[in-house]
Ligand binder design. Structure first.
Ligand code: ADP
Length: 484
């Protein structure tokens, strides 16, 4: 594909990350570049982003909503991927989380912040700021970028647009008066535009106006067309079904590789699986758990929110902690979940360790040390941790939704005989089903040859971005054809 691509995201690893979107935005553009695409990444210049950069240049300037804005150019750290930053200190020059204030509430001017981000993206997309570069396709991700397809649609000559849904639960909903305060074209209002039950919806800009839509797994693409997962947008998504598809995320196999992982006490690969337990012993010592390589360890690294199955886990906890196992949970999120996890950990210090916070290094150590990984999500657009777990020979126990259904193959006898089994699927999203699946996993764990085979099945497939990038290029072609 010859047309250049502008890839727009509100976060990208390693510059700024709150979740899976950052992993995708920090990996997929690299894989596309490797496949020969002329691609640039566009991000807001958050304070923390600028603090990490040694070098950047102002390459253009523009003005929106009474703010002077510089467009900065740099490269993604460690790579030669051209990265453009929207520099508006009044809106992005704040410490901490990109979306939330210090009380954990959304910044009160989020609509303005991301509308301005989208306006600048449109300037670049239409080559109106003198960059002497014009994309043939603009790839938008999640609600923070979703006004771009809507705004571009008001132009006759425009690049094609692809909108990727990383999580339909986050929609960017605001009061209707915000739409008018932002001076958006009046033609974009209404139920066939950006209105959603009287509110102003950012995400509808992508869902209604993008030439093509996709999500981060084939199963989630189907699920969001049903009322149960659709948040009232399922009708619209069914209407656009012929333009909607799913591509399972790859993973960054340089960052997530047990054979080279700089955070591990002992690196290992498929031929030295024995060494995995050295990591377990090291982590047990570090976390002051009983040191014993025979005791099965379960890991969980997650935002502590309902989506990730915290209510199911907490309801099962009393019985779960009667099993001969250790559970290590790393995460942060809703205070009530943090508090009850910590309370359980106080009562069962030999079985449960809870670390509240965000810790990249520890997340790698847990993936390498644990034997099993818990992911009882209520819904999961793709999910990355089950993919990391598979690569680390750490078998996922996961619900049968979204990307989990597309990557975890249950260790039933039939799948085992076909050498494709790699984990455990919850028969339903209930505490008893979780306990039952854990019991099955523990039974397998005590059968060493069987366990080793399951680990080999998990670690063998190529989970890099190359295959997914090829599918995105095909989708870009389709979007460009739709727009011509
Ligand atoms: P989501 O985007 O819904 O949060 P994903 O599984 O797609 O879930 O991606 C989450 C990413 O964030 C993974 O890379 C995971 O390791 C990471 N992560 C989540 N919580 C933490 C934490 N407390 N410490 C370190 N990494 C975390």
């Amino acid at each position: 594909m010859k047309q250049p691509v502008l890839f727009i995201s509100s976060e990208a690893y390693p510059l700024v990350k709150t979740g899976g979107l950052a992993d995708v935005a920090g990996s997929l553009p690299l894989a596309l570049k490797q496949a020969g695409i002329d691609i640039r990444l566009l991000l807001p210049a958050y304070q923390s982003v600028l603090e990490q950069l040694d070098d950047y240049q102002v390459v253009a300037s523009t003005r929106h909503y009474d703010h002077d804005i510089d467009i900065l150019q740099t490269t993604l750290p460690g790579h030669d991927l051209k990265t453009l930053l929207v520099h508006c200190p009044a809106l992005f020059g704040r410490p901490g989380n990109p979306y939330l204030d210090t009380n954990g509430q959304p910044w009160q001017d989020n609509a303005l912040r991301f509308a301005l981000f989208c306006q600048v993206a449109v300037d670049i997309a239409l080559n109106r700021v003198g960059l002497d570069w014009q994309p043939g396709l603009v790839h938008c991700n999640d609600w923070q970028t979703a006004l771009v397809p809507a705004l571009l649609d008001t132009f006759l000559q425009r690049p094609a647009t692809l909108f990727t849904i990383h999580n339909l639960a986050y929609q960017g909903l605001f009061d209707d008066r915000v739409f008018f305060e932002l001076g958006l074209p009046g033609g974009l209002w209404g139920m066939h535009g950006l209105e959603f039950h009287g509110l102003f919806s950012f995400i509808k800009g992508g869902l209604v106006f993008a030439d093509r839509l996709n999500t981060v797994s084939p199963t989630y693409a189907r699920e969001i067309q049903q009322a149960e997962f659709g948040y009232g947008l399922d009708g619209l998504l069914r209407h656009r079904a012929s333009r909607l598809s799913g591509i399972l995320n790859g993973i960054n196999t340089d960052e997530w590789n047990p054979a080279t992982d700089r955070y591990l006490a002992k690196k290992y690969d498929i031929d030295s699986l024995k060494d995995k337990s050295i990591n377990k012993k090291t982590l047990q010592k570090k976390l002051e758990l009983p040191v014993d390589r025979q005791i099965p360890m379960l890991g969980m690294i997650s935002r502590l929110v309902e989506q990730k199955g915290l209510p199911i886990l907490l309801e099962a906890m009393q019985k779960l902690l009667q099993f001969p196992l250790q559970l290590v949970v790393l995460g942060s999120g809703e205070k009530a979940f943090e508090d009850s996890l910590q309370e359980w950990a106080r009562r069962y210090p030999k079985n449960l360790k809870v670390i509240i916070g965000y810790d990249e290094c520890l997340s790698h150590q847990i993936e390498a040390s644990a034997d099993l990984y818990l992911m009882p999500s209520l819904f999961e657009p793709c999910g990355l941790n089950q993919l990391y777990s598979l690569r680390y020979g750490t078998l996922p126990i996961a619900s049968k939704v979204g990307g989990l259904a597309d990557s975890v193959v249950d260790a039933n006898q039939e799948n085992f005989e076909q050498h494709i089994a790699n984990g455990y699927q919850l028969p339903e999203n209930k505490p008893d089903a979780l306990l039952h699946s854990i019991q099955r996993a523990l039974d397998d764990f005590s059968d060493k040859p069987r366990w080793k085979q399951l680990q080999i099945n998990a670690m063998t497939p190529d989970r890099s971005w190359q295959a997914s990038a090829a599918k995105y290029i095909e989708l870009y072609r389709l979007a460009i054809a739709d727009n011509s």
